[in-house]
Design a protein around this ligand. Structure first.
Ligand code: SF4
Ligand code: SF4
Length: 656
């Protein structure tokens, strides 16, 4: 700060209603602060975050007494923004501020040592004063934004997000890896989505129908995001659109002939592997988009029979590369169902299938038929692949998949409506039919479906075999730990969700982080629930966490709204805490370039005059470059090396 415009520090120490002052002697902290040079005001107050507390700061700034502020209170995560806003309201610079945490870091962790807690608070306040002595007023960085958004993933979340964005007048690019839109929700098909009398496919169809009518959406199916560079507001995206090898839609007769002649077969992903498909992938449901089939080149052996059966087959098509520039990205790459290991609860043996496979059966046949017969008894085993402690060499996920209890109840009640006499057992750890879904649990109980509760510590349910028929062996907590053996016609493994392969791939491409559960991670579950660490990149649906359809749609709309609020304005403002280069000191060694995890640094200029240059929109202020710069040319705005050194000295006891 220039001479004549000297820093005048106000220190405000909070009692937090006793949370702090019961341990930390706040009066002493204030007294010690007053002794420091450049401190013009030091006060304590019961609740600094209250209106009255904030007014103290505002009045001191407005009167011209104070131009730099320290609040010693709770964690900066809670109230740093509150006090910066108060400073701004009073006409001060919000970056002439330091937030000292004397609650979590002092009174809470040292509650049995009041003296030490107080000394620590005093040292922290001294360090903050030292910081502000060298602070300079900063401004947020303004970045212009393209008025367009890329949505990655054409499942129900991607469709919802794309539609919301397009309806707000933005240009939207929707990219789907599969040959058709719809994702997992389309596969659920005719199974109704509780609590509404709409099937999953109705919801998907409805979204596709409206989306196609909105002019500002470009849809790329059979396409993949190959690369993303740039930064918030200005992402450069490369998409590879794979050929469908069909130049037009074949007629019904041609389709039948194509199905007949193609000898290459695989499990049909659209029916969760219940039936087979050929290398010719046909639109999987009425209203699917696009209506043109695609050839699965991973399966096709190029025998050429299809070209003879239909003149719309065109093997001369080449992949296309599309370059886009977008302001924001919504990632909606979805989930994949947990696939049990062979033998896990008898999986792979006759009469043992997953919940998804059961859904595939109902969709395909409108009924449940196993080996030509309707089952008379079905046991659903819950939490397969979820809520499991990881053991050496075993596949399992520790998290609860949230949707599967409800999905199992939904399917079971549907089956009970189809087949009144079927006996249904739910072998559960718990039934997590939260919220309105409780109605499903009540309905299942009312229908006479039986709930058996097991305790993992007493052993998990086992699937045995007798005369080729499965028997579920389980100890039931609800009947005084009675050991039960249930011979049934069908065992359904209630499997959860895992991040899709697309989710894993896109996280690597975008360099965005995944949580310990493998799903994409938000910045903060409460404060910034659909934002990733990378500005301008948002998450929608089950790419973020397991969830049901209603919650998926809600999260997609939330991500779309966030992306919208960013790009509709045409610009965004970023925090000013970024790296900068002292051009006189920089010798262009380039060590910083390889150290930056965000690719924010370039070396510019001719040999001899080479200098590092920081793209402020890409920089996250992590400081990795500062640590490796041999000449001290690279510094962080708002946290220069000299400030850090002063703070360390002050915290150690040095006074100014
Ligand atoms: S939702 Fe239910 S079945 Fe799924 S993991 Fe959680 S408790 Fe288990
Ligand atoms: S502070 Fe971190 S993000 Fe910014 S340029 Fe340096 S290394 Fe890159």
């Amino acid at each position: 700060m220039e001479e004549g415009n000297r820093v005048r520090v106000g220190v405000y120490v909070c009692h937090c209603g006793g949370n702090i002052s019961d341990v930390v002697n706040v009066k002493r902290v204030v007294e010690e602060a007053r002794k420091e040079g450049d401190v013009v005001v030091a006060r304590d107050f019961m609740f600094m975050c209250s209106e009255a507390g904030q007014k103290l700061i505002e009045d001191d700034i407005r009167s011209g007494k104070v131009n730099a502020v320290i609040v010693a209170s709770c964690s900066p995560r809670l109230h740093e923004a509150t006090f910066r806003a108060a400073i701004t309201r009073a006409g001060g610079n919000p970056y002439m501020y330091y937030h000292v945490d004397i609650r979590e870091e002092c009174s809470w962790v040292h509650e049995n040592d009041k003296e030490e807690a107080t000394n620590k608070a005093i040292r922290q306040v001294r360090a903050a004063i030292a910081y502000l002595r060298r602070a300079e007023p900063l401004n947020r960085i303004r970045v212009d934004c393209e008025r367009s958004v890329l949505v990655i993933g054409g499942g129900i979340a991607g469709l919802r997000a794309a539609l919301d964005l397009a309806e707000s007048g933005l240009t939207v690019y929707l990219v789907e890896r599969a040959p058709f839109l719809g994702g997992n929700a389309a596969k659920i098909g005719r199974v109704k989505v509780f609590p509404y009398e709409k099937t999953a496919i109705d919801v998907v169809r409805g979204l596709i129908e409206v989306l196609r009518k909105v002019g500002s959406v470009a849809i790329y199916t059979n396409a993949e995001v190959e690369g993303v560079s740039g930064y918030v507001g200005n992402f450069d995206v490369t998409i590879r659109v794979n050929p469908r090898y069909f130049r037009d839609r074949p007629n019904e007769q041609e389709i039948e002939e194509l199905k007949r002649i193609c000898s290459r077969k695989t499990r049909d992903e659209f029916s969760f592997g219940i039936s087979e498909r050929t290398a010719l992938v046909l639109p999987p449901f009425n209203g699917a988009y696009p209506e043109i089939p695609a050839i699965d080149m991973a399966l096709c052996d190029k025998c050429g029979l299809c070209t003879k059966a239909c003149d719309k087959v065109d093997f001369s098509q080449e992949p296309q590369v599309v370059h886009l520039r977008v302001g924001a990205i919504v990632v909606a790459t979805g989930f994949k169902p947990y696939k049990p290991e062979k033998g896990e609860y008898g999986y792979g043996l006759p009469g043992v299938i997953t919940l998804q496979e059961l859904v595939g059966l109902i969709n395909k046949y409108g009924d449940v038929v196993i080996n030509g017969k309707r089952p008379r008894s079905i046991a659903f085993i819950y939490c397969v692949g979820s809520r499991r402690r990881r053991e050496e060499g075993k596949k399992a996920n520790e998290y609860c998949s949230r949707y599967c209890c409800v999905a199992a109840l939904d399917v079971a009640t549907t089956i009970k409506e189809l087949m009144r006499d079927v006996k249904i057992y739910h072998v559960v750890r718990d039934v997590r039919s939260y919220g309105i879904n409780e109605i499903l649990f009540e309905e299942a109980s009312r229908q006479g479906q039986v709930f058996i509760k097991y305790d993992v510590d007493e052993g998990e349910p086992q699937v045995l075999y007798d005369n080729g028929k499965p028997i579920v062996k389980v100890k039931d907590v609800l009947t005084d730990h009675t050991e039960l053996e249930l011979p049934v016609d069908l065992v359904v493994l209630v499997t959860g969700m895992e991040p899709s392969d697309g989710t894993v791939r896109i996280a690597e491409k975008l360099k965005t982080s995944r949580g310990i559960d493998g799903f994409l991670q938000e910045v903060h579950p409460k404060l910034r629930p659909v934002e990733t660490m990378l500005s301008g990149i948002f998450i929608a649906g089950t790419a973020q966490a397991p969830r049901g359809i209603s919650e998926t749609l809600a999260s997609a709309s939330a991500a779309a709204a966030k992306a919208m609020s960013l790009v509709l304005k045409g610009y965004t403002e970023l925090e000013p805490f970024v790296a900068f280069v002292d051009q006189d000191k920089c010798r262009g060694s380039g060590l910083c370039v390889s150290e930056c995890p965000y690719g924010a640094i370039e070396i510019r200029g001719e040999v001899g005059g080479k200098r590092a240059w920081v793209n402020e929109a890409l920089c996250k202020g992590c400081g990795a470059c500062v640590a490796v710069c041999p000449s001290g040319a690279m510094q962080l705005r708002g946290l220069r090396n000299t400030q850090v050194e002063d703070m360390i000295r002050a915290a150690g006891g040095a006074h100014a």
